[in-house]
Design a protein around this ligand. Structure first.
Ligand SMILES: *[C@@H]1O[C@H](CO)[C@@H](O)[C@H](O)[C@H]1NC(C)=O
Ligand SMILES: *[C@@H]1O[C@H](CO)[C@@H](O)[C@H](O)[C@H]1NC(C)=O
Ligand SMILES: *[C@@H]1O[C@H](CO)[C@@H](O)[C@H](O)[C@H]1NC(C)=O
Length: 157
């Protein structure tokens, strides 16, 4: 590369770099908008809702209504499991602190187990507390992952 083209590259880099730095500074100040809390899990069609001894061959629980409950049973979000038994709840981290989600919230499966397997109970719920499962960066988006701690069957009272 001749001296002229080296200079051209440097000027172009400077011209493109300057607005980028401004953009980054602006993004930094609204950085909290670029983060997301993601609660994700799989509900299995078993007596306790967890994966069985047969591992991935364990039947899953599709179309199950899942509630995120906090404090005294307040339903703050809902989801439905897909054909793979998976549910996904996305939350604004500004509204839901990680510490209160893991200490004060749980996911509750509100569809009776009998709807995925007639030999399982038609009353009662699967319930699980929540665990922090790490934060990942996807481009400029910071995603805090939260997963069910493990379901237990709660007979209705
Ligand atoms: C595991 O799979 C075998 C063979 O399909 C079956 O007989 C057994 O009941 C399964 N066990 C559980 C815990 O689902
Ligand atoms: C748990 O929930 C209750 C009821 O909504 C609330 O008063 C309390 O502050 C919460 N605690 C935490 C740690 O979020
Ligand atoms: C239904 O549940 C019973 C009791 O857990 C189990 O033995 C049976 O294999 C299940 N059936 C299916 C189709 O998963």
């Amino acid at each position: 590369m001749g001296l002229k083209s080296v200079l051209f590259v440097l000027v172009m880099a400077a011209a493109m770099g300057a607005p980028l730095m401004v953009a980054e500074a602006q993004l930094g100040s609204i950085g909290s908008l670029l983060s997301l809390t993601r609660i994700q899990g799989t509900v299995f069609c078993t007596a306790d809702g967890n994966i069985g001894a047969n591992g991935t061959a364990t039947p899953i629980f599709p179309n199950a209504a899942v509630q995120l409950q906090c404090g005294n049973g307040n339903v703050v979000s809902t989801a439905t499991t897909n054909s793979a038994g998976m549910f996904l709840i996305l939350l604004n981290p500004l509204q839901f602190l990680l510490s209160s989600l893991t200490s004060n919230c749980s996911v509750l499966v509100n569809t009776p187990l009998s709807s995925c397997n007639a030999t399982l109970p038609s009353v009662g719920n699967l319930v699980s507390g929540l665990n922090f499962a790490g934060t990942i960066l996807q481009g400029l988006l910071s995603i805090t992952n939260i997963i069910p701690r493990g379901f237990t069957f709660q007979p209705s009272t």
